[in-house]
Design a protein around this ligand. Structure first.
Ligand code: AMP
Length: 518
């Protein structure tokens, strides 16, 4: 298939509001595909690259965006995929330049609309989960199989593999995607919640479990055979002999269990995440390492037990199955709560025991494989930092005319400079917006497009869930889920938290030093 055809379909789909029309466009495109093109077409339509990332940053892509285009379409999908594969495999010294040249050559053979499509595809801007629903129906239509079956199979294995199987083999191909032990399924994922009160408000009654900062495992057992899969569905059985041994002690004939493995210290408190990762997926010296750094498993779900598929049952019933299948010491710490007081007490206990936070789960939801929905909410500890406002961006929409998004920095005690750590406009009330716009304009020292730079004088208290590593910001760290709590008019910028405080927080969370960013 020509790239131009796919670009056209993508535009047609985006250009119509009618669901039926969208399905018709997609179905027609899928029917026209050669069997070996199906996976690529589904990936591109949903905005995904089969290579994942190809190592081209936004700066290079934006730079190449203006290059000269051809008038007549000539690129095939296969050619595009071949070039992107080569780019992804380009490594070593000078690779950045080599990747840039290869993409430049590809773009110089594309039409303007193809260039736009390719650049947005590589940037990840075309990614659209919302399309998956219509795509499922289009696959069903094109393959002549019931949408219900395609949807169920896609939940277990993803739309790309399912489209390939359905269109090549019809119903017989789909039957391969049944939930059965020894074929891994995509794990159910969680959305972040702002805090415990927010999670309880969203869920009402909820199941609360410790959120352990280890590695996800899906344990499959049939008689005396055990296979363990990672979150990305890689087989990690070999690196986890003690977990295999634990699974073999369970009396059930067949099981699929979901849980987390984690390295614990002698006193039962968790080691930092990096310790677990020293073991996870490792193939050498496994026997020695399993003695010096043993892993524990904590189970929180049961998807299959002795021939029964459980994923459509509510969380509570799956837990009952888990309790029947496993021993209490293998189960994650858990409670049920219907009020924020109990829930916050449980969170405080999890944190006091050194864990990352709490998972709040809907009592009634089925196991939505592969889904990052609102049925599972992760609640992590919040920290507050007093940071200095370095600049602010003019708001848009409802916040038009107000300085809104704040650029936040921590003080570097060595030279008195400020190091930017991130931006936020969350948590600002109308009153605060009004006040800060007035105050920041008084402190203005320069402008750049929509950014107003200011003298670093205002101190603001910011809540964050996490300090994450970042290649974008100069300290190699960035704030995650930052929100404004209040302005600290009582504090001077020299009273603000220093970059060393932020580094210490990062170290505490990750167990490693932040890499200096660039
Ligand atoms: P995150 O990686 O921050 O998106 O958080 C989701 C991950 O938390 C899951 O993929 C699991 O690996 C991990 N996790 C830890 N404890 C639990 C739990 N009790 N229930 C579900 N996931 C958990």
């Amino acid at each position: 298939m020509q790239l131009s055809r796919l670009v056209k379909v993508s535009r047609q789909v985006a250009g119509t509001r009618s669901r039926l029309q969208k399905i018709a466009f997609l179905s027609e495109c899928l029917r026209a595909a050669a069997p070996e093109e199906i996976k690529l077409i589904v990936d591109y339509l949903t905005g995904a690259l089969p290579q994942g990332r190809v190592g081209l940053g936004p700066a290079i892509l934006r730079d190449l965006a203006g290059c000269e285009a051809v008038a007549d379409a000539q690129l095939s999908l296969q050619e595009v995929d071949n070039v992107l594969q080569r780019i992804a495999e380009t490594r070593g010294k000078g690779s950045q330049q080599a990747r840039r040249e290869q993409l430049g050559m590809l773009l110089s053979r594309a039409t303007a609309s193809e260039q736009d499509f390719l650049i947005r595809l590589i940037l990840g801007e075309l990614r659209q989960g919302a399309l998956e629903g219509v795509l499922i129906e289009a696959i069903a239509d094109a393959a002549g199989v019931p949408a219900r079956e395609v949807r169920r199979a896609a939940m277990l294995a993803g739309a790309t593999s399912v489209a390939d199987a359905a269109l090549r083999e019809g119903p017989a191909g789909l039957s391969r995607f049944r939930l059965e032990p020894m074929s891994p399924v995509k794990p159910m994922l969680a959305q972040p919640a702002k805090d415990m009160d927010g999670a309880m408000l969203a869920l009402g009654d909820a199941i609360l479990e410790y959120k352990l900062d280890g590695a996800r495992v899906q344990i499959h057992k049939v008689n005396r055979e055990v296979r363990i899969f990672s979150r990305r569905l890689n087989d990690v059985t070999e690196s986890l002999p003690e977990i295999v041994a634990a699974a073999l002690t369970l009396p059930a004939r067949s099981l699929i269990l979901d849980g987390e493995v984690i390295a614990l210290r002698r006193d039962g408190r968790p080691h930092p995440f990096q310790f677990t990762m020293r073991r996870f997926g490792r193939k050498s010296a496994v026997a020695d390492m399993s003695k010096t750094l043993p892993l524990s498993v904590f189970l929180f779900d049961c998807l299959y037990r002795d021939g029964d598929v459980l994923i459509d049952l509510p969380t509570g019933e799956r837990w009952s199955n888990l309790v029947r299948a496993a021993y209490p010491e293998l189960l994650v710490s858990r409670t049920e709560a219907s009020d924020t007081h109990t829930a916050n007490a449980f969170l405080a206990k999890a944190l006091a025991e050194g864990h990352e936070g709490v998972m709040a789960k809907s009592i009634t939801s089925p196991y939505a494989a592969g889904n990052r929905g609102a049925e599972w909410l992760k609640v992590k500890q919040t920290h507050t930092l007093d940071l200095v406002v370095l600049a602010a961006e003019w708001g848009s929409g409802r916040r038009q005319g107000w300085l809104s998004n704040l650029h936040l920095g921590a003080r570097d005690a060595r030279d008195g400079s400020y190091v930017m750590l991130g931006k936020t406009f969350k948590g600002l009330t109308d009153k605060m917006l009004e006040w800060q716009t007035r105050r920041l304009l008084q402190l203005e020292i320069g402008r750049e497009q929509h950014v107003v730079h200011v003298r670093p004088e205002l101190v603001v208290e910011i809540a964050v869930n996490e300090i994450q590593s970042s290649s974008q910001y100069p300290a190699g760290m960035a704030l995650r889920f930052a929100r404004v709590k209040q302005y600290r008019r009582d504090k001077r910028p020299t009273d603000a938290d220093t970059i060393d405080v932020v580094r210490a927080l990062y170290r505490r969370q990750t167990g490693v030093e932040p890499a200096a960013g660039g």
